[in-house]
Design a protein around this ligand. Structure first.
Ligand code: FES
Length: 80
C-alpha cells in the first residue's frame, strides 16, 4: 500500500487511510481533529451533519456517487 490510500466507496464517503498520520484542515487552514490511527471517512454527498466526516446520511438520501453516474451515462450513450 502507498503511504496514503484514498478509496471512493460506492455511493458513500471517501475512505482515507495512511501508514502515517492524517491531517485534515478546513478552508481557513484550521486543523480538524479526528481519531488518530484510524481511517477518515469524508462525506461526498453533502448531507452529513458532521462535515467533513460521513455520518451515514448518504444512505438515507439515496446518494449516487459520481463514478456510478458517469458509468450510467456512458452505458446510456453506448460508449465504452
Ligand atoms: S457520504 Fe456519508 S454522509 Fe455524506
Amino acid at each position: 500500500m502507498a503511504d496514503t490510500r484514498i478509496t471512493i466507496t460506492k455511493d458513500g464517503p471517501a475512505k482515507v487511510e495512511s501508514e502515517g498520520s492524517i491531517e485534515i484542515f478546513d478552508h481557513a487552514g484550521n486543523a480538524i481533529p479526528h481519531r488518530e490511527g484510524r481511517p477518515a471517512f469524508l462525506c461526498r454527498c453533502g448531507g452529513s451533519q458532521n462535515k467533513p466526516f460521513c455520518d451515514g446520511t448518504h444512505s438515507k438520501i439515496g446518494f449516487e456517487g459520481a463514478e456510478a453516474a458517469v458509468k450510467a451515462h456512458r452505458d446510456a450513450q453506448g460508449d465504452d
